[in-house]
Design a protein around this ligand. Sequence first.
Ligand SMILES: [Zn+2]
Length: 123
Amino acid sequence: MLITKKFIFHSSHFLPHYHGKCENLHGHTYKLVVTVEGPIGKDGLVIDFVLLEKIVNEHVIKHLDHHHLNDIITNSSAENIAVWIWEKLSTAMKSEKFMPSRVRLHEVRVWETPTSSAIYRGE
Ligand SMILES: [Zn+2]
């Protein structure tokens, strides 16, 4: 079973190795969709949505929302943001004591615009 939760964050960035509009400082309203995978537990849930929201807010959204992404991720393309989020979340989920051990991170999808996104499923 796959479970998803959607988040919005607003950030500025520029692409240092790109030639075009995105090499200039600008902002996006990013959409993040986090997908976890696991079996349905005895409580009828794969994971409590509230717990998933808390983990993503604490470990990802808090650091990116209304921040300048290049201060955090040097080349802040949607692809690299997705990898950064994956690494933060996979570490956070392993150390979260309330996270059911049967649940794993499945996919991180970062929407930079309403029509453009990057999907990362780890290596
Ligand atoms: Zn951009």
